[in-house]
Write a new protein. Structure first.
Length: 232
């Protein structure tokens, strides 16, 4: 269903600055929502999206906040005093951070930010390489672990790096000029980010992924797909 969510061609043409803004905004979402109701609403939206595209890997990552909540409640068994609501809220925040980061890896390519490192000379080549490998690492690590079960951890990590490491030199050496579409996308992302400080923070958190999820390219690709199938 990739063609229905967004156009790969349009996504790859996103300006590196827009990708950086989207990354910062998405990873900030969990820390701006202060109530368990608002977090649950956004978390439910993320889970519905992952269910729609049938990407079940996120469920595996959600076991971490569940384990955290369970461990924090354990002292209750021996009569100790804990803050049940604080534990619940923290667990939900961690869960939302997991789904927000997975949404980021799904909707944008982080290696597109490579050209930004050209204008920041103090950043090292290694920084860009680590940034580029993160999405691939999260997607391929389970497969590498299963296919090389008897190999030591260092060798497994090396195999992931060999196949998915993208140095900064592999991306264009100069930033392309910002187009009108880039400005509009960037302003919308910035507007949604500023809305996190307002009473409509939940709405902003839900709308933010849709800025890229329902691009005109995705709608166009879906239209042609259905039209072709109907004719054939």
């Amino acid at each position: 269903m990739q063609w229905l969510i967004f156009s790969k061609a349009e996504r790859e043409r996103l300006h590196p600055l827009n990708v950086a803004l989207f990354l910062v905004a998405m990873l900030s979402v969990p820390f701006f929502l202060q109530t368990h109701v608002s977090i649950l609403i956004v978390l439910s939206g993320h889970l519905l999206f992952f269910t729609w595209i049938r990407q079940w890997n996120v469920l595996r990552y959600l076991t971490l906040p569940l384990i955290y909540i369970g461990m924090m409640y354990l002292p209750l068994l021996v009569g100790a005093s804990v803050d049940p609501y604080g534990i619940w809220l923290t667990g939900l925040t961690v869960a939302l951070f997991v789904t927000s980061s997975q949404l980021t890896f799904t909707l944008v390519r982080l290696d597109q930010m490579g050209p930004l490192f050209r204008v920041l000379p103090r950043l090292t080549r290694l920084t860009g390489m680590v940034l580029a490998i993160l999405p691939s690492l999260l997607r391929t690590w389970p497969e590498v672990k299963m296919s090389h079960a008897k190999q030591p951890l260092a060798e497994k990590m090396e195999r992931v790096a060999l196949y998915h490491l993208l140095p900064v030199e592999a991306v264009p050496s100069s930033l392309r000029r910002l187009t009108r579409s880039d400005w509009m996308t960037g302003l919308l992302i910035t507007g949604m980010y500023l809305a996190f400080w307002s009473p409509v923070a939940v709405v902003a958190a839900l709308v933010l992924p849709g800025l890229l999820m329902f691009s005109k390219g995705g709608i166009r690709d879906a239209y042609h797909y259905y039209r072709r199938n109907r004719v054939t």
